[in-house]
Write a protein that binds this ligand. Structure first.
Ligand code: NAP
Ligand code: ZN
Length: 352
């Protein structure tokens, strides 16, 4: 074991603060990574504050962070694909059983025993996994990804969660040229959704509650922007969407969006609000519409997404912050005041 610097929450109500955590020494198949940047996902906040208690209670201390980009410093003897100096990424998954049908299909996100990057039992330490708000992490080579060389590292970090979580359902539901696609909520996930829908050639419409994000939505690739509080603007789109991605982090009226789907249209929830969302049976029945959800993506598809980003020069719009500003960043995220992802520069941990 060795010591790493990190920021952790001691309870659901305490701010994150500096701490030291023990990381395992790399095993034969492990890659040890010096973390350079880590994005701040709203899931980090949900977990740090135990907002998903009924589904995944938080174990404290909690070190969030699953949008990790860094440099390989050491590899185990059986590691073939990575060497010291490589620039790599780690997302929400750090292990899975590897033998079930889902894992064999490259869909580790559906494994019956996935190990998420934080707040999951850690077989190596007997504690829970600690995430990327840290200067170092050790991850099995199967869960380490390659970051295309042309991408800015700070701006590439959010691809590891916000990127794959929006790319995967868009590919699954056939977002392509000629399709009309909606993205609800212009936050970290939403702004990546807009970039992907646009790059895939769809007619892209952003739904936002924030009037001040309208110009940005167009700049990010939207063809149209709708203020979701304006019923007239919403009504114009009734029954017209092939696919809608809902990336809202809080309670909202999902029924208003189901009604915008055309026959056989699908709305996929990636946003994970704390409370259940009521759904009208009639809105789904009439038009044979469907509502589904989607969790992150498998490792193979995450690499495909990163390569797609490399080819199309897609990264996240980030505000780079030092680790010490994480609590302030959480409050700003709650006020919808992030454009459009915070990326923590881990060099800021060196002074602690
Ligand atoms: P974020 O950056 O905070 O963005 C959320 C956006 O939702 C906001 O920017 C805002 O967009 C909209 N919003 C917030 N409060 C709202 C309200 N009360 N009513 C309507 N709209 C509201 O969060 P994020 O990191 O993108 O994450 C979004 C959600 O996805 C979170 O719940 C997160 O846990 C979840 N998530 C799920 C997965 C998965 O695998 N499925 C992966 C990562 C994250 P506007 O200002 O444009 O209205
Ligand atoms: Zn996330």
């Amino acid at each position: 074991m060795y010591n790493a610097k990190a920021y952790s929450a001691a309870s659901a109500t305490s701010p994150l603060a500096h701490t030291t955590i023990a990381r395992r020494d790399p095993t034969q198949t492990d890659v040890q990574i010096e973390i350079l940047f880590c994005g701040i996902c709203h899931s980090d906040l949900h977990t740090a504050r135990d907002e998903w208690h009924s589904v995944m209670p938080t174990v404290y201390p909690c070190v969030p962070g699953h949008e990790i980009v860094g440099r390989v410093v050491k590899v185990g003897a059986a590691v073939s694909g990575f060497k010291p100096g490589d620039v790599v990424g780690v997302g929400c998954l750090v292990d899975s059983d590897g033998t079930c049908p889902e894992c064999k299909a490259g869909l580790e996100q559906f494994c019956h025993a996935p190990v998420f990057t934080y707040n999951m039992p850690d077989k190596h330490t007997g504690k829970v996994t600690y995430g990327g708000y840290s200067d170092s992490i050790v991850v099995d080579q199967r869960f380490v990804l390659r970051v295309p060389a042309n991408l800015s590292l700070a701006a590439a970090a959010p691809l590891l969660c916000a990127g794959i979580t929006t790319y995967s359902p868009m590919r699954h539901w056939g977002v392509t040229m000629g399709k009309k696609v909606g993205v609800v909520g212009l936050g970290g996930l939403g702004h990546m959704g807009v970039k992907f829908a646009h790059a895939l050639g769809a007619h892209t419409v952003v739904f936002t509650t924030s009037e001040n994000k309208k110009a940005d939505a167009l700049r990010l690739g939207a063809d149209e922007v709708v203020l979701s509080k304006n019923a007239n603007e919403m009504a114009k789109h009734y029954g017209s969407f092939d696919f809608i991605l809902d990336a809202v982090a809080a309670d909202h009226d999902i029924g208003a969006y189901i009604n915008l789907l055309r026959r056989d249209g699908n709305i996929t929830l990636v946003g994970a609000p704390e409370k259940p969302l009521p759904v009208s049976a009639f809105s789904l029945i009439m038009g044979r519409r469907s509502l589904s959800g989607s969790p992150i993506g498998g490792i193979k598809e995450t690499q495909e997404m990163l390569d797609f980003c490399g080819q199309h020069n897609i990264t996240s719009d980030v505000e780079v912050i030092p680790m010490q500003k994480v609590n302030e960043a959480y409050e700003r995220m709650l006020k919808q005041d992030v454009k459009y992802r915070f990326s923590i520069d881990m060099a800021s941990l060196k002074a602690e």
